[in-house]
Design a protein around this ligand. Sequence first.
Ligand SMILES: [Zn+2]
Length: 105
Amino acid sequence: MLKFTCPYCGIVASETELSAGGEAHLKRYGPGASDEDFEEYLFLRKNPKGVHLERWRHAMGCGKWFLAARHTATLEVFGTYPAQSHEPPTEILEKIRAKYPEALR
Ligand SMILES: [Zn+2]
């Protein structure tokens, strides 16, 4: 079973206590954006068999959104971090690069 440590309350929560929120770090473009940029923001998502950065909500706990780095095939979790982050913390990136150097390019 998939388990994440909530970065806010520190509880190790199983998948059944969480709500998935899709891909993390989506770039939202400004009012002058092209139709292609807006389409990408609204509809186009990565769906890798491999390392993925995702949004999750601790629905049955503190209720806060957080971000997680995990492998979609092995369910290996590299870490969780606050939803306000623009990119994963360095220690999470180092864990990912050590095991999957080709990921997140
Ligand atoms: Zn929590």
